[in-house]
Design a protein around this ligand. Sequence first.
Ligand code: BG6
Length: 490
Amino acid sequence: MSSQIIPVEPFDYVVFGGTGDLAERKLLPALYHRQLAGQLTDPTRIIGASRTVMTDAEYRQFAVDALKEHVKGDYDDAEVQKFTEKLFYVAVDAKSEQGWDDLKTMLDEAKERVRAFYLAVAPAIFGDIADKIQAHDLITDTTRIVVEKPIGRDLESATMLNNTIGRVFREEQIFRIDHYLGKETVQNLMALRFANALYEPLWNSAHIDHVQLTVAESVGLESRAGYYDKAGALRDMVQNHILQLLCLVAMEVPPSMNAEAVRDEKLKVLRALKPITPANVEKMTVRGQYRAGASSGGAVRGYLDELEGGVSNTETFVAIKAEINNWRWAGVPFYIRTGKRMAERMSEIVITFKPIPHSIFDEGAGRIAQNQLVIRLQPDEGVKQSLMIKDPGPGGMRLRNVSLDMSFAEAFAARNADAYERLLLDVIRNNQTLFMRRDEVEAAWQWVDPILKAWEETGQAVQGYTAGTWGPSQSIALIERDGRTWHEND
Ligand code: BG6
């Protein structure tokens, strides 16, 4: 069983940063997979744009190399040939006039087509590119612009960046990507909540004890020290991906899947997050930094050894006890944790229900565990619901905690599409549901900024943790203080 493929009308996708890392690892492979699925119709064009001078043929070769490396088993000579025929290249410089007339000539050949500009470049030049697009009259009625995180490093810089883009594009033309929203299981969260009668009546503080959100990575700095050391885990993962997940878990039922309806509800959650202050920051948050250890089967260096200069107070791990000030969630903590170089790559949302109010079983029946719903984002996407049952067989009533466990890969035998595949085409289809609206980004910063400030003000130190573990012991203490434990996979 697989989802229905609906071809999209021909479009022009201009990828600024077309020879960069994101284009190579994610964008070209994602578009190629859509080609394989039969979704790209001729005469679609994907136009790489960057400062490097290169011919179309050279760009096509760049794409072939990228696909060989990144689509592995799905590489098919005939399909790659058809895909590369859609690729073009233009050398443009965001800071000068170089190349813009060529781009205009190219795009003007098909003014009626949906046109998307993807800014896979440093945010510092978003403004230059937007201005040039406007100055060269490249915006048609069906033009969209796509931007990637980081959208600022605090509320002030995010607002400035949003203003810069907003001077040229209307909000409904701006697609802010958070690739976590494109992940299969993240959307499944909405299906679980809103397409089943079972969960929604229980989805509140009367029945839910607490929620855990874990996004653990086994990778370290990779080659991103320049960016990462200035960002840290809170800005890099929590401000965007994790808060978006939290919103989808916590939001009220939107009236429809319409983009504004969903985003209105997410915004309300962000605005209801209880502020963290210098007075409680140490109790509510843990900052960690990995030390040398073992990860992915080999010895790895510590964070500081990977950095030039070897000195940094940047957190590569963060745990937070978040609270939402509204009727639905009063008294239900949302424990968040994310980090680099953790024990394994594993992301999940765990909903723990309240204990039963009274047990009718005698002690010999064993402990009655609280029901848990585990939504696994990666790897091995799926859903697991734990239930107490009677241990089969004669000999009295003994209770056992078992799981109804569904792995999507096994259940549907479908390839798990990368988030970018869905998101890139949602831009063409003009569907904003899985993109962040300006006010959401700013509201997320409004909650994150005071945490950053409180850390600075109180001088909260990073706690070392050995690479290949689940983070510093203070993270365990954060949840155990409340009589709870982090969910462990069996
Ligand atoms: C990015 C972060 O947004 O998400 C990276 O900048 C992180 O630091 C990545 O590694 C994680 O994405 P995924 O899809 O691999 O979980």
